[in-house]
Ligand binder design. Structure first.
Ligand SMILES: N[C@@H](CCC(=O)N[C@@H](CS)C(=O)NCC(=O)O)C(=O)O
Length: 324
């Protein structure tokens, strides 16, 4: 772990829990938007016009938030327009690094060894966490955004006029419903598993783990009646849920102690997760070695030996049978 304090990396700072042992995830603070004409988006400054070759995405394959961004880059066919770097799976005293290893894609834009170098270069004097994903502007050498929820919305439509693959995952008519589903899924599931896993007290864990399963029960019920979460079509709400579901049995069930049930115990959710997994946009974004390696080897206060369990064997390629 660690964070930047006035532009200097402090490797022992940045503990997650408050005095009651509850994990606190701070809001991202770099929140500008790429728009078709460079006008400002809902937050931040303008000046970030959608242009092929101008932007670069930094991700970790392990990270569910970064995974959303990687999936949208594929979904929208932006691989040639937006470059990609992939960190090492380990996040230890230097935070995310580009140390060479299988699956790491080095930083050819800034030649950084550590992700925090990008934050320090873009925002001199920056204090705060150094997180993935990061969307980088090569033209101004600045971070456009480090908030995945915003990044997927930019990728969803900012590049449509310059050749992105058609497809709107945040359609106007469904926005209110998508936002409502996102809110519950974020609080109790995407972030809920982290609140359980990073709890520093029994009380904080108990408080977090119950809503995780209440929400899974709620989703199971929804998805036993509908193919997708909102409006009977694939939307960002599905993709935001997917990256957490994918990690549930391999990681969160064991490592974050979210073990009242497994994903595979929920027939509709299990079918839905496999269906999304088998979408062509997902395959190029997958790396289970990075996912498992990251969690089990980086969070040494939870798993001091750093041993990565062999199982469970979860076969996301099992064909989806809609008649069952
Ligand atoms: N709200 C952010 C959260 C991103 C985030 O917390 N990423 C984690 C990895 S899963 C990270 O980089 N953590 C490093 C740290 O907090 O020191 C988003 O959705 O983009």
């Amino acid at each position: 772990m660690g964070l930047l304090v006035e532009g200097k990396w402090q490797s022992d700072a940045g503990k997650w829990a408050d005095s009651k042992g509850r994990m606190q995830r701070p809001d991202s603070i770099l929140r500008n938007w790429i728009t078709p004409d460079g006008s400002p988006g809902p937050t931040g400054r303008g000046g970030f016009k959608a242009e092929a070759g101008r932007y670069h995405l930094y991700i970790a394959r392990a990270c569910p938030w970064a995974h959303r961004a990687a999936i949208f880059r594929e979904l929208k066919g932006l691989q040639d327009m937006i470059g990609l770097s992939v960190t090492h799976w380990l996040m230890l005293e230097n935070g995310w690094t580009f140390d060479p290893a299988p699956g790491v894609v080095p930083d050819t834009v800034n030649d950084a060894r550590y992700l925090y170098e990008l934050y320090a270069k873009s925002e001199p004097g920056y204090s705060g966490r150094v997180t993935v994903p990061v969307l980088w502007d090569k033209k101004t050498s600045r971070i456009v955004s480090n908030e995945s929820a915003d990044i997927i919305r930019m990728l969803n439509n900012a590049f449509d006029g310059i050749g992105a693959t058609p497809g709107d995952y945040y359609p106007e008519a469904l926005r209110a419903e998508i936002d409502a589903v996102n809110k519950r899924v974020y609080d109790t599931l995407n972030n809920g598993v982290y609140k359980a896993g990073f709890a520093g007290s029994q009380e904080a864990y108990d408080e977090a783990v119950v809503p995780v399963f209440e929400t899974l029960d709620w989703l199971e019920e929804k998805l036993s009646r509908a193919e997708y979460l909102v409006g009977n079509r694939l939307t960002e709400a599905d993709w935001r849920l997917f990256t957490t579901l994918l990690r549930f049995d391999p990681v969160y069930h064991t490592h974050f102690k979210c073990n009242l049930k497994r994903l595979v115990d929920y027939p509709a959710l299990w079918r839905y997760t496999r269906r999304l997994y088998q979408h062509p946009a997902v395959r190029p974004t997958m790396n289970f070695d990075h996912i498992k390696g990251h969690y089990f080897q980086s969070h040494r206060w939870i798993n001091p030996t750093g041993i990565v369990p062999k199982g469970p064997i979860v076969d996301f390629d099992v064909p989806v049978d809609w008649t069952a």
